[in-house]
Ligand binder design. Structure first.
Ligand code: CIZ
Ligand code: SF4
Length: 354
């Protein structure tokens, strides 16, 4: 249990035995019981960069999900070992685009005669395989903070974008931030022959959105925005761009987790906020800012925690740290050399974005 003093003490002692050899990364969506042992917190991209900035740390313990540990492995040195405390901590969104499906999609685009015009842009929340596909085909990675710049860059390289795997981030960025219409976007369904699209639809589209979504953010609804406005007069609705387009369109503010935190830090005392992102983060922010008289509520009480983020709990962290302290390397996440090379190319294009 989170307050189990024995587990807290064991985690502390194991971390002390490891000293500078270990660097613990805690994603914003992690449980409090885990976050208390994080050397740094952040979103997936910030954490991967934080890990790269600590080449002396032999073990990077990534308290987050699988694709994040892969990205950290790609950006750190070969000597550094990235460890995921529970190998079952995947991401349902990342799992919605497999290497096979994406290769098949590229065949469909080739048959429609448009592959040469298409530049892939993949969200950070994707497997290393998808990042490698992106790098191989001249594309870039993006985060929810730089998606607009990534799309602008991609439209300088080609005429169309294949956006993977989160249809909502792709659509929200194109329509809300760049002035495209909903009709400029089509959705490629990997479970249907030809993606469920005609060659003509593909040729007419500017944005080809992969049919993926986040199982947490995708559940916030327009109704939840209307309900909270009725319940809390004067409330500011602030949501993550992984939410559906109609939710983002109805919100007052939209942004990444880092943006959400900065917005709340800058908010005046007495202001009221309804936040549409993962519950662990919203609860932590509500507690943190209660003392400053900022009222923060979760946008929709029927939406649950990210179940895979929550797989990393204190018992898994204790087991991981104690194993490493005993000289036993467990749960290493290692991306193979070829995948790493092309994935890194795509990540470096993102780092070079203006
Ligand atoms: O939804 C997620 O998992 C996010 C926002 C991840 C990240 O840190 O980019
Ligand atoms: Fe994946 Fe959504 Fe969970 Fe993030 S919150 S790890 S995108 S399922």
């Amino acid at each position: 249990s989170p307050s189990d003093p024995d587990l807290v003490e064991r985690a502390r002692a194991a971390k002390e035995r490891l000293g500078d050899k270990v660097f613990v990364l805690g994603h914003h969506y992690q449980r409090d019981e885990v976050i208390q042992f994080a050397d740094v917190t952040g979103d997936s991209f910030k954490l991967a960069r934080d890990a790269a900035a600590r080449p002396d740390a032999e073990y990077i313990v990534f308290c987050g999900v699988h694709f994040m540990a892969e990205s950290a492995d790609i950006l750190t040195t070969d000597d550094q070992k990235v460890v995921l405390p529970d190998l079952a901590a995947g991401c349902s969104m990342a799992d919605m685009a497999t290497a096979e499906q994406v290769a098949e999609c590229w065949d469909v685009l080739t048959e429609a005669g448009i592959a040469e015009q298409v530049v892939p842009v993949s969200y950070m929340n994707s497997s290393a395989d998808i990042k490698a596909f992106t790098g191989k085909h001249g594309g870039t990675i993006c985060t929810s903070s730089n998606a607009k710049r990534a799309l602008e860059w991609a439209f300088e390289q080609g005429e169309k974008i294949l956006f993977l795997p989160d249809q909502h981030l792709g659509r929200n960025t194109a329509v809300r931030d760049m002035g495209f219409s909903l009709d400029d976007c089509v959705v490629y369904n990997p479970h249907k022959p030809g993606g469920g699209l005609t060659a003509e639809q593909l040729r007419d589209a500017k944005m080809i959105l992969w049919r993926g979504h986040c199982s947490v953010h995708g559940r916030f609804s327009l109704e939840s925005v209307e309900d909270v406005r009725a319940r809390i007069p004067g409330v500011n609705v602030l949501v993550h761009p992984e939410c559906k387009h109609e939710v983002v369109a109805a919100a007052d503010h939209v942004g990444s987790t880092e943006h959400i935190i900065q917005t709340l830090e800058a908010a005046p005392a007495g202001s009221k906020w309804a936040i549409g992102t993962e519950l662990n983060l919203v609860r932590r922010l509500a507690n943190r800012f209660a003392a400053e008289d900022k009222e923060i509520v979760f946008l929709d009480k029927t939406v649950c925690f990210c179940s895979t983020m929550n797989r990393i709990d204190l018992p898994h962290l204790v087991w991981t740290l104690e194993s490493l302290a005993d000289g036993k390397l467990v749960n290493r996440i290692e991306v193979d050399r070829e995948t790493e090379q092309f994935a890194k190319l795509a990540l470096e294009r993102m780092l070079a974005l203006p």
